[in-house]
Write a protein that binds this ligand. Structure first.
Ligand code: MF3
Ligand code: CO
Ligand code: CO
Length: 278
């Protein structure tokens, strides 16, 4: 028998635990997520001017941290499970969780994901975008474009009464039309007062399966799409995930809330810069 999904209504000020329940939030939760999401999106907007050949990923990490602190937030990743940076920066065949470093500099032709999560007034705004460094070959630009389409097609499935699997099914169908590989080893996730909570939002799934979506659920959708095979491996640092076949990988992430009508995207760019070219 399939495990039953438990939902828990969260009132303002409630302490919540990672107990497997899917949290359902009210207006205060939406207000908190709007603020955290907006700051996260503003940071990604500002990064468009910082990303250029020669810049180190450490310098970008410092920029992100300062913008978070200036905005009254703290980087949720700082000290998270031993991670010591303010964002993740994943270049070319790095799938996710690339660690900023002074020795790692961006080069002409790179495609780069920057993933930021400010924790503002107790709420997590988790979002990432791809950036193009200088002249990027068409094949890579097309991967980036289709990955953004995958994210938005997934979000379009999100509404009360739909099933979680509908999101992954739509993403998978779109990516595989281009013969791209959908990464299985990392998922989207519930979030809110917690950074990573139930449910796991898989990006390859069967339609009509999984928990029912209900108004008040908060989650990320963050497909990682590879030019080659879906398989990844973890480097010795314990964080950096790369494609096994060394093919390029792209990712976009939004934090959303399920509303009565569909989904509200908390992390949309206030200036319309949701995808390159910026
Ligand atoms: N922001 C990532 C996500 O989308 C999580 C990064 S956790 C870290 O879920 F520790 F690697 F930073
Ligand atoms: Co996330
Ligand atoms: Co993220």
């Amino acid at each position: 028998m399939a495990a039953m999904t438990e939902y828990q209504t969260v009132e303002a000020g409630d302490v919540v635990y990672r107990d497997g329940t899917i949290k359902l939030h009210g207006p205060q939760g939406f207000e908190g997520m709007r603020k955290a999401g907006r700051l996260a999106a503003e940071i990604l907007d500002a990064l468009a001017e910082q990303v250029r050949p020669g810049v180190s990923t450490e310098a970008l990490d410092t920029f992100v941290r300062e913008m978070m602190l200036d905005g009254g937030a703290v980087p949720a990743t700082l000290g998270y499970r031993g991670y010591t940076h303010s964002c993740c920066i994943s270049i070319n065949h790095v799938v996710c969780h690339g660690i900023p470093s002074p020795g790692k500099t961006l080069r002409d032709g790179d495609i780069v994901n920057i993933d930021v999560t400010p924790l503002l007034d107790g709420w997590h705004g988790d979002t990432s975008r791809m950036y193009l460094v200088g002249d990027v070959p068409l094949k890579a630009r097309r991967l980036v474009e289709v990955t953004h389409e995958c994210l938005m097609i997934g979000i379009a499935q999100a509404r009360p009464g739909a099933r979680l699997g509908d999101i992954g099914a739509a993403i998978q169908a779109h990516a595989e039309q281009y013969r791209y590989g959908v990464v299985r080893d990392f998922c989207g996730h519930g979030l809110g007062r917690l950074f990573h909570d139930a449910p796991e939002v898989v990006h390859a799934a069967r339609a009509g399966t999984g928990p029912e979506l209900k108004a008040g659920m908060f989650m990320t959708i963050e497909p990682m799409i590879n030019l080659g095979r879906p398989h990844v491996k973890l480097l010795g640092d314990g964080w950096t995930a790369v494609t096994r076949d060394k093919s390029l990988s792209a990712q976009f992430e939004h934090s959303i809330g399920i509303t009565d009508e569909g989904a509200e995207i908390f992390t949309l760019s206030p200036t319309g810069r949701d995808k390159p070219p910026y």
